[in-house]
Design a protein. Structure first.
Lengths: 755, 79
């Protein structure tokens, strides 16, 4: 597929977003907004212990309370075997997922769900939770990832034997998996180096921080059909998970995604949805469940905290001769941290000939991690990009020049295996070099850092449908909840192919019964993969429009071309006819064959990898340890920006989240493993007043596999910020921060200790 | 043909580069499974394939040329 060179009417423009009015007027319907007649309120009883054996659960008193209609525990869920089942492009162990939504023999973290109730009011549901008697045998717990890897650590699962080690260990441990990516002779590589930097780094687990808590309404009828409305990144994933967890047929479940108030990867799994269906099934009434913010923090997936060791060596001219990293990622209560993609991303921006990355997936007494933008990559990049900065300083080389010297280009074998096609990493470095920010003067205690980042981007399965109305307006149906502006980008691509005004295209997000299977909104796939489906569905409409015009003109469809939103005779031999617009053809559709509807389904391959480089200026208050972000520029290759404002928004949002990860965000546990800061007051995400305007610079190296050159953009921007901030702090005051968050007390302590 | 990622190398006794004759991905996986029993299911469930740099997340009938460079690598999801 070649990128089109002809001038485009809509791609690259900035039309008003289709969902804008509803969002600014409060009319948009989010997960908690739906109310049904006779609806019950569902609530969840959660473990107060970080690790405990459940000796018994007595629900008698709760069931006896007037107004309580159902109480469920894990005994109400089918027993599932431990097996990894492909779920779209993900691997899910449904036994673990089942144990996460309702604990079985043990609870594994503070906040782990133990039972759920449905009652006629929220107050009664809450009262019922207090009447459930759970007898726990409290067990020793472990949260720190390095501590959890020790042989003497409290063991979470006695049937967990490290995968990826030959022979498989005979004793269980908390290390679920070992992965390794390596190339070349490491020892020889380091022997060639003139300078070697070797450091240990730690990162804290952070929450995705979506503003909208998880929310669901489920209604199950007497014939076993369930309807579910929820806030999710993937209605088809919710449908599949519910079917597996409750042993239902997929066709018994219809899932409608609500408007979504943020997900960032955290809404790619289920917590409440199967419980709401279960409670609805037992009561025969609709059940609504909405998490509190505290529940979101205590029980839903953060990303991993980690401990990394990074060693990089280079010759005097900056050529990296060897690089080594060991990544230890918390998985939470069940296996499945993003250490594997983290290990694949660690050195992905660079053309290192010799490297080794080893990763460990480690279970600890925290909530099971969930995806968070570019899962695994930001953690690895914090270590690698910090070490590269230190190496540049050691070699007295501009850190940008060091990256330019070693940058991956088209044809480079990626550290995770295959050769890169056309990529835009070097172009992002060039854009940084040419940007006024990179040379702007700095004052006392001010410093500048740069860092780069990578994400694969993915394609996957998508469907799209285009319905042409009688007046020639068009409705696009997509199967992807709109998180980052996909309604706009998909409608723009449809308008581009059809040659009509963007305002004449409306787009809706279909439920699981109105559109074919579409993999979830994640992995920066929607504008790429579902965009390709929309383009193909629009091309299907164009084919039909040409056929209808041919019927009107009584010529062959091959003799009709579609240009600028009109059918034209292909040439003089086709005859002389006045052009027919989409509106003209739609008005007569009944006479020429009936309604016009375009469809496409595909499994999109060839997602173009994404690269970004960020520049960060900070000022450090050496008296208090406070870091102020003075200026921030995020540069990224978007392939082709369909709607540049949305691309800029992705870059700004990712950078803001990364800055929070760098400076403030962390969970605070007491000595019993209970979370002490489950709210935005104490878990500090950056707010507008904390940040300068983040400048977004879009580089465009088109992806040849997409008709308009699109690459996904949502993941990469969260990868560079932590190292960019750390490098800027070092540049400002000469203190190398290796532990996140670089909060005032931690930075002050580092300053006091002389760095 | 190259395997990466460590996990599937459990089946190949650590061998990471293997010569196999096959003209598409399905036949390649079948051939590998014949030589290393159990590897086929592992590859189908957990791995994507890159053929000459192009990554296929759900590979099946993608053609492989005699001089193609083929990598199996873990499937990627995302946030």
């Amino acid at each position: 597929m070649a990128t089109e060179v002809k001038e485009l009417k809509w791609i690259g423009k900035r039309p008003i977003r289709p969902d804008g009015v509803d969002k600014v007027t409060g009319r948009a319907k989010f997960g908690a907004d739906l109310t049904l007649p006779g609806m019950l309120v569902g609530k969840v009883l959660r473990s107060p212990h970080a690790h405990a054996r459940i000796k018994s659960i007595d629900t008698t008193k709760a069931r006896a309370l007037a107004g309580v209609k159902a109480v469920v525990t894990s005994a109400d869920l089918p027993e599932l075997a431990s097996e990894w089942v492909p779920a779209g492009e993900l691997q899910i162990n449904f036994r673990d997922l089942s144990s996460n939504i309702l604990a079985r023999q043990k609870v594994f973290y503070d906040g782990h769900a133990v039972a759920a109730v449905a009652a006629t009011s929220a107050a009664l549901a809450k009262q019922a939770l207090a009447l459930i008697e759970v007898d726990y045998e409290v067990l020793p717990h472990v949260i720190d990832v390095v501590a959890a890897m020790q042989p003497e650590a409290p063991l979470l699962h006695d049937d967990l034997f490290t995968e990826g080690v030959t022979p498989t260990p005979e004793t269980p441990s908390n290390i679920a998996k070992r992965v390794e990516f390596a190339r070349g002779d490491l020892e020889a590589g380091f022997a060639q180096a003139d300078a070697v930097v070797e450091r240990d780094y730690t990162t804290k687990p952070v929450h995705q921080g979506y503003i909208e808590p998880h929310a669901v309404v489920a209604s199950t009828s007497e014939d076993g059909q369930s309807e579910v409305w929820c806030s999710t990144q993937g209605q088809f994933s919710v449908r599949f998970y519910i079917a597996k967890l409750l042993s239902m047929e997929i066709s018994q479940i219809r899932v409608t995604p609500s408007e979504i108030g943020g997900g960032f990867g955290g809404k790619t799994t289920v917590y409440l949805e199967p419980l709401a269906v279960l409670l609805s099934r037992q009561t025969g009434r609709p059940v609504k469940m909405v998490m509190t913010r505290a529940e979101v923090f205590r029980a839903t997936g953060p990303t991993s905290g980690a401990a990394l060791s990074v060693k990089i060596g280079a010759t005097k001219d900056g050529t990296v001769t060897a690089a080594e990293a060991t990544l230890r990622y918390q998985a939470g209560a069940f296996p499945g941290s993003p250490v594997q993609p983290g290990a694949m991303c660690a050195f992905a921006p660079y053309a290192f000939e010799t490297f080794k990355v080893v990763g460990y997936d480690v279970v600890v007494n925290r909530p099971k991690v969930a995806a968070y933008r570019a899962p695994g990559s930001p953690i690895a990049a914090f270590g690698v990009e910090s070490a590269l900065d230190e190496l540049a300083k050691r070699l007295e080389i501009d850190p940008l020049a060091l990256r330019e010297k070693n940058a991956a280009r088209e044809g480079t074998h990626a550290a995770y295996g295959p050769r890169y096609g056309p990529i835009g990493f070097v172009e992002t470095l060039q854009a940084v070099r040419e940007h006024p920010h990179y040379q702007a003067p700095l004052g006392p205690n001010q410093g500048r850092g740069i860092a780069s980042g990578f994400w694969f981007n993915i394609g996957g399965e998508s469907c799209a449908m285009l319905n042409v109305a009688e007046d020639g307006t068009v409705v696009v149906v997509s199967g992807n909840p709109d998180i980052g502006g996909s309604r706009a980008s998909l409608a723009m691509m449809a308008a581009e192919v059809l040659g009509i005004d963007f305002e004449r295209v409306r787009i809706i997000v279909g439920d699981t019964s109105t559109i074919g299977y579409t993999f979830l909104t994640g992995g920066s796939r929607v504008t790429f993969a579902t965009g390709m489906a929309v383009v193909q569905a629009a091309e299907d409409v164009v084919r039909q429009l040409r056929e209808r015009a041919a019927k009107v003109w009584e010529i062959s469809a091959d003799a009709v071309i579609w240009e600028d939103g009109q059918a034209h005779p292909a040439g003089a031999n086709a005859g002389e006819f006045e052009p027919l617009s989409l509106r003209d053809i739609a008005a007569e559709a009944g006479k020429t064959g009936g309604p016009i509807c375009g469809n496409a389904s595909l499994n999109a391959q060839g997602a173009g990898p994404g690269f970004g480089t960020h520049i960060c200026d900070v000022e450090v208050d050496k008296e208090t340890g406070r870091v102020t972000i003075l200026r921030y520029t995020a540069v990224q290759d978007a392939g082709r920006a369909v709607h540049p404002s949305y691309v800029e928004g992705q870059l700004q949002g990712g950078a803001a989240q990364g800055i929070g990860w760098a400076l403030n965000e962390e969970y605070v546990y007491d000595e019993d493993g209970r979370l002490q800061n489950p709210g935005f007051l104490d878990y500090r995400v950056p707010v507008a007043s904390d940040l300068p305007m983040i400048e977004a610079v879009i580089v465009e190296v088109p992806n040849p596999n997409h008709p308009y050159g699109v690459r996904g953009v949502g993941e990469v921007p969260i990868v560079p910020p932590m190292a960019a901030v750390a490098n800027a702090i070092e540049n400002a005051i000469g203190v190398r921060m290796c532990d996140l968050p670089m909060s005032p007390p931690r930075l002050l302590a580092a300053i006091d200790n002389g760095g | 043909m190259v395997l990466v990622g460590g996990l599937s190398q459990d089946f190949t006794a650590g061998e990471s580069q293997i010569e196999v004759q096959a003209d598409n991905v399905r036949r390649l996986i079948e051939a590998l499974d014949r030589r290393f029993p159990g590897l086929g299911a592992e590859l189908e469930a957990k791995m994507a394939v890159a053929i000459d740099g192009e990554i296929y997340q759900d590979p099946y009938l993608e053609p492989i040329d005699a001089d193609s460079e083929v990598f199996f690598l873990p499937k990627i999801g995302g946030g």
